[in-house]
Design a protein around this ligand. Structure first.
Ligand code: M6R
Length: 607
């Protein structure tokens, strides 16, 4: 969601703040602002729009050595300068930035108003700065501590007081916050990416903790004033500086990276001689995993679609019940969970608040909780008993692409690993291992046909609706194709199991409705052909994703996209690639902001 950066040290703060905000901008980008503390006192500069707009207002030549910055994803109040962070106390001496949601802000706001406090914004955040001001008696950390005791919700905050220029007070509950350590300087960031090139060691603040950050030292303590000894962590070596290369957008770069990211997901993990795989991350819990009788996969958005594909794969190979739950619904429906159950949380960012909440609920009920995520050391990685990383590298485009295919690879690895501990034979395991090894080359073949997909997408761009159909594991792939299209091109798109179409959505079909059918050769192939006939009979425009040796579909479809032949287990991965490209080229044709589509943010750290 929102991005947070802060600096205190001998150098001017602005260059780090602007560079850090730019790198975190994918997390939220409707407005931005900085607070700077120097010889002219405390100053706040804000703007609606992106960090590039803020850069026009904040000169890099400014000399203040203390400050913080924020890039916002609106929760309470429209994107406006007044609602942008930092927020100031009434006397202008305290500045605050916040990532998260203050759930009880409404009664607090009323109470403060009745005391005569004038609110300048519609945000939930502003109550906190006024509460801190109310309790400030010369000790900022103490005032923050008392104010935090009055609020409920999620937060990562940074606070400055004009009279205490040697410190930034920070606190965390639910939203990520890191403190980078340098030589006589300290950095604050809500994401490791902002620290790259500035600090190679950092402290992770945990929920319920605060810190007083000075240039030369950082003291961490709990909100109950218990001191905390926290080891510094080395910044992950594999953390790349975010770089778009020669690609027009991060999303396109990330789509084209997939041959590499897919092979990185299985690199060092395949054991062809044993017809199995090695997953070091789950070794400590392997006995419990072996004994588990039921799996629940939980996730949101694209990761939830990966879970749905995983359900087919895991159930097929393990022969135990596998369920998929929206993480956002999980804890509100009192799920039946016991110690024989393993809950697997899937997340690219490792920060999604709903997924974290689901994991906590599962743990509370005694389940073994595994995490499949991309961000090393993220909250979800830390919350799980054990897990498997995707190793896909940073994903910056808001629309998830390479993380999805890596999630599918990891789910296949998990299925083979668990399967070989149960009844899965060597030959079957070996066949899957061989399929995985062939996968990057096959993905590259699809990418090589991107111009053909672009031509189809440019026709799609003229439509306002689209229907995506698939059967079996291609139904979640259809859901994912529809999600990609709607997220970045704002075309209304629905994914449906192909056979369900005749139970309702068929009413929508006419010559203006493009229907994208995912129909690789598998056991359901003939049935899908019947579904395509039903669309054609209503003059719908049919775009088919089919396997290369297909002889029937070219005649039936208005457009056909061919993917390489493969065993069914990897076909969902192959089928997803053209859908990603189609969404991308459609959005570009419609002139949309592909990497930062309206209203969205990369990591959803609020419930
Ligand atoms: O980081 P996560 O995988 O936990 O994120 C889950 C969803 O918020 C995410 O997949 C979202 O749906 C993306 N915008 C999809 O492109």
């Amino acid at each position: 969601m929102c991005g947070i950066v802060g600096y205190i040290g001998p150098k001017p703060a602005v260059p780090y703040l602007l560079d850090g905000l730019k790198r975190l901008e994918y997390r939220g980008y409707d407005s931005a602002g900085v607070a700077l503390l120097g010889e002219h006192g405390l100053q706040v500069l804000k703007t609606v729009g992106k960090v590039s707009q803020l850069s026009l207002k904040v000169s890099r030549a400014r000399s203040e050595h203390v400050g913080f910055g924020h890039t916002r994803w609106a929760t309470h109040g429209v994107p406006s300068e007044a609602n942008a962070h930092p927020h100031l106390s009434a006397d202008g001496k305290i500045a605050l930035i916040h990532n998260g949601i203050i759930e009880n802000y409404q009664p607090l706001r009323e109470e403060l108003k009745s005391e005569g406090v004038l609110f300048r914004s519609e945000t939930d955040t502003e109550v906190l700065v006024h509460l801190i001001a109310r309790h400030y008696h010369g000790d900022l950390a103490e005032a923050v501590r008392i104010a935090l005791g009055l609020i409920s919700g999620a937060y990562g905050i940074c606070v400055l007081h004009q009279n205490e220029p040697d410190r930034i007070v920070v606190a965390k509950m639910g939203s990520p916050l890191l403190i980078g350590l340098g030589a006589d300087e300290s950095f604050i960031a809500s994401d490791q990416q902002a620290l790259v090139g500035h600090s190679d060691r950092f402290i992770v603040l945990e929920d319920g903790e605060m810190a007083v950050v000075r240039a030369t030292d950082v003291s961490v303590f709990t909100v109950d004033m218990q001191p905390v000894e926290r080891e510094a962590i080395e910044l992950a070596e594999e953390l790349e500086r975010i770089d778009q290369g020669d690609y027009a957008h991060f999303m396109l770069k990330e789509i084209f990276e997939q041959p590499r990211t897919i092979s990185d997901a299985f690199a060092g993990r395949l054991l062809p001689e044993e017809g199995g795989v090695r997953l070091g991350g789950i070794a400590p819990v392997i006995d419990r995993l072996k004994a588990c009788k039921r799996l629940i996969l939980t996730a949101c958005g694209t990761s939830w679609h990966a879970a749905l594909v995983g359900e087919y794969i895991l159930e097929d190979m393990l022969r135990i019940p596998v369920e998929v739950e929206y993480a956002s619904e999980f804890r509100y429906r009192n799920p039946v969970i016991d110690e024989d159950c393993c809950v697997i949380a899937i997340s690219q960012s490792g920060e999604t608040a709903d997924t974290l909440a689901a994991m906590k609920e599962a743990k509370r009920k005694g389940a073994l909780v595994l995490g499949i995520c991309n961000r090393v050391g993220s909250a979800i990685a830390r919350e799980s008993h054990a897990g498997v990383y995707l190793h896909a590298g940073p994903e910056i485009g808001v629309a998830s692409t390479k993380a999805f295919t890596s999630q599918l690879v990891v789910l296949i690895l998990l299925a083979v690993h668990m399967g070989r501990l149960r009844n899965l034979g060597y030959n079957h395991g070996r066949q899957v291992v061989d399929e995985l090894r062939a996968l990057p080359g096959r993905v590259q073949e699809i990418l090589d046909s991107s111009e053909h997909i672009r031509a189809i997408a440019e026709k799609l761009a003229g439509h306002n609706n689209a229907l995506y159909l698939g059967r079996g594991p291609f139904f979640p792939v259809a859901l994912e194709g529809a999600l990609k299209l709607k997220e970045i091109s704002y075309i209304h798109a629905e994914g449906y199991p192909a056979a369900e179409m005749k139970h309702g959505p068929i009413a929508l079909i006419d010559e203006n409705m493009p229907v994208i059918v995912i129909a690789p050769r598998d056991d359901n192939y003939d049935k899908v052909i019947s579904n395509i006939q039903e669309v054609r009979a209503r003059r719908g425009k049919v775009v088919v994703v089919a396997t290369r040796a297909d002889t029937k579909l070219a005649e039936l479809a208005d457009e056909i996209i061919l993917i390489p032949e493969a065993q069914p287990i990897t076909l969902p991965i192959l089928a997803a690639i053209p859908l990603q490209l189609m969404a991308y080229y459609t959005a570009v044709k419609r002139g949309c902001d592909v990497d930062q589509p309206r209203n969205l943010a990369k990591s959803v750290t609020v419930e």
